[in-house]
Ligand binder design. Structure first.
Ligand code: AHM
Ligand code: MG
Length: 333
């Protein structure tokens, strides 16, 4: 069987007119950073990368050593290549314009360097999520305002999952494509062409410990699933919750499902748990490109006009018919 590498795949996408050379090269750089993060993640305690970094990020969350390492790898890999105007990270409060000693390109890169950090120390899958926007022209130095574009403006999005295998999944709008890292060769191989999400599913993912804080539409939806064969849905559903969004979304891209981090009364003031710009938007772009749907419960995630870099939103995504049902329950109430 002919093995197609990520490099070959991207060149073919460019030849089909689906991406320009600059976006292709940016994807290569991100993939290289992902490989470096995978090396660090896989060494674990041997490289002393587990545990707390001793600092807090902009969200007031304690940073893990690997959060900091992954963030540094992504910034260092991307800042000198000439493809970007600026970057933004979950781990850094302000945007990071490309330093003036490097050429400035036309894209903005946003990332959650290590998603699912609570799983690092227990050797459960974590990942990286990224989103690419075009930088509006005009400003000599990009500002946060340049990032305030709805998810529909993303030109590429992707994530990696550092699990038993390291996988990279990406879209430039034309389908969703998955690659598996061949560690010996050091290259990503195209293993999962045209990933799609079935419209129906029997699997859901939600942190049920938050049940007492959920809004009535979510209470209704989950209790109907839990009622199984004897309930209004007349069939049994299964539940999975990895607590790494990348791993939960990856499962949904592989065999369907619905993932929810809905609004709850404890998170009302902050708007939700997950971050719009570098978690919800890239995942929503991928899920929609794979035939699924992504809403806040009330509106399409990709249509939200962002107002803040680290803005949070409720997230319901995955198999279309379930996401539409949850959204209908919210909008009926
Ligand atoms: P992080 O970016 O700080 O790791 O937080 C995001 C993660 C998601 O990956 C996951 O879905 C969620 O937080 C898990 O939350 P909880 O610990 O409430 O189950
Ligand atoms: Mg995250």
């Amino acid at each position: 069987m002919r093995r197609v590498t990520l490099t070959q795949f991207l060149i073919e996408q460019q030849r089909k007119g689906l991406m320009g050379a600059d976006l292709r090269l940016l994807m290569e750089v991100v993939a290289r950073a992902v490989k470096a993060i995978a090396v660090n993640v896989s060494k674990g305690a041997l490289a002393d990368v587990l545990g707390e970094a001793g600092s807090d990020n902009v969200q007031g969350e304690a940073q893990k050593k690997l959060d900091v390492i992954a963030n540094d790898i992504l910034i260092q890999a991307n800042e000198w290549g000439g493809h970007l105007a600026a970057m933004a990270s979950e781990e850094v409060e302000e945007i990071r314009p490309i330093p003036s000693d490097y050429p400035r390109g036309g894209f903005l890169l946003l990332f959650d360097p290590l998603d699912g950090s609570s799983n690092i120390d227990v050797n459960i899958s974590v990942g990286t999520i990224f989103s690419v926007l075009k930088c509006p022209e005009g400003n000599a130095v990009p500002t946060e305002a340049d990032f305030m574009q709805p998810g529909t403006s993303q030109v590429a999005a992707g994530y990696s999952v550092y699990g038993p295998a390291t996988q990279l999944v990406l879209t430039v709008g034309d389908g969703v494509h998955g690659f598996t890292l061949d560690r010996e060769m050091g290259s990503f191989i195209y293993t999962h062409p045209n990933m799609t999400i079935p419209e129906d599913t029997k699997e859901y993912a939600i942190n049920a410990s938050n049940q007492r804080y959920w809004e009535p539409p979510v209470q209704r939806y989950i209790s109907e699933l839990q009622a199984g064969k004897e309930g209004p849905r007349e069939r049994d559903f299964n539940m999975r919750w990895v607590a790494s969004m990348v791993a939960d979304v990856h499962r949904i891209l592989t065999r369907g499902g619905v993932f929810m981090y809905p609004m709850d009364s404890k998170m009302q003031a902050q708007g939700g748990k997950l971050r719009l710009m570098y978690e919800a938007n890239p995942m929503a772009m991928i899920v929609e490109a794979a035939g699924g749907a992504a809403t806040t419960g009330r509106e399409r995630i990709l249509s939200i006009q962002p107002t803040k870099l680290h803005q949070r939103v409720p997230v319901v995504l995955g198999s279309k018919n379930e996401v539409e049902r949850v959204t209908r329950y919210h909008n009926e109430g």
